[in-house]
Design a protein around this ligand. Structure first.
Ligand SMILES: [Zn+2]
Length: 287
């Protein structure tokens, strides 16, 4: 039986956000057992709070956005992945803006700080959602009907295991596959998964910046794929697929702790959320 965990002390993280390039500060503090991950906008009157769960998802197009009809917080996936990977069940994330700092485009930035703060166990068992029958979803990649479809499959399992196959005709990236068992290898999250950065294609960066987006990004906070080669040094030869696993860990943490086998092919945030909804409809909870 695993016990729930929270942070031993508060941590503060400051940095520019990706899309707005505004400098943002978050502080992460401990929270009581059973409270989950709660976000708080300290810049708004009354400091409104919202739990990170499926019902609070507003948008999945470029990043994971949660919020209400009145306010939002964008790019929460890499912080959620850090919580999931390190086993933080309960925390309050206070933020003074509407988008999280990008850090280095991975979870390492957040995960390292949380690890430094240390975790404490709480007097309540962690409850896992368990996938009890095969479930799957499929969809278009980037809304493009000319590309092969994306697919996500969830099967029952004693551990949380994520298998991802990234396929691309792009000569630089090629096809990449990776498997990660969070339950058996939680200690590998920080060195092997958390540092993997998001992918950015050179043409896409040029387009986004012409639209006033991705202003906070630079060459160091993404794996930049140029026409004939990577434009920066990789942290892992298969950094792209490792980051995809990171994104899934973040997205699925909207369900809380989970056990089961996930097989992903070309999927992104939208499909991750669709699968999470399907899992939630048909789950059993155990400790
Ligand atoms: Zn990501």
């Amino acid at each position: 039986m695993d016990l729930q965990q929270t942070l031993a002390r508060e941590v503060t993280i400051t940095g520019p956000a990706l899309h707005s390039a505004v400098t943002t500060t978050i502080s992460i503090s401990s929270a009581p057992p059973g409270s989950g991950i709660v976000f708080e906008r300290t810049d708004l009157p009354g400091k409104p709070r919202l739990k990170a769960e499926l019902e609070s998802v507003l948008d999945t197009r470029r990043c994971l956005v949660i919020g209400t009809a009145q306010w939002r917080i964008a790019t929460v996936e890499h912080l959620l992945a850090a919580f999931h990977g390190l086993g933080v069940d309960n925390a309050v994330v206070s933020i003074d803006n509407e988008e999280l700092p990008l850090g280095d485009g991975s979870s390492f930035y957040f995960a390292q700080k949380i690890q430094e703060a240390g975790l404490v166990t709480q007097e309540r068992p962690r409850e896992y959602l368990r996938i009890k029958e095969p479930l799957w979803v499929e969809g278009l990649v980037g809304g493009n009907p000319n590309l092969p479809k994306a697919m996500l499959i969830a099967l029952p399992g004693e551990d949380l295991e994520i298998n991802y196959t990234f396929t691309s005709d792009h000569q630089v990236t090629g096809t990449q596959y990776f498997h990660y068992n969070l339950t058996k290898s939680r200690e590998l999250f920080l060195p092997e998964i958390a540092p993997a950065r998001t992918i950015a294609f050179r043409e896409e960066i040029n387009y986004l910046q012409s639209q006033g987006l991705a202003l906070g990004g630079d060459l160091n906070c993404a794996v930049v794929v140029g026409k004939d080669q990577y434009e920066n040094e990789l942290r892992f030869p298969n950094e792209i697929v490792r980051h995809k696993i990171l994104d899934i860990l973040g997205d699925l943490y909207l369900l809380g702790p989970l056990k089961g086998q996930i097989f992903a092919l070309r999927s992104g945030h939208a499909l991750d959320i669709e699968l999470a909804k399907k899992i939630k409809e048909r789950i059993i909870t155990t400790i």
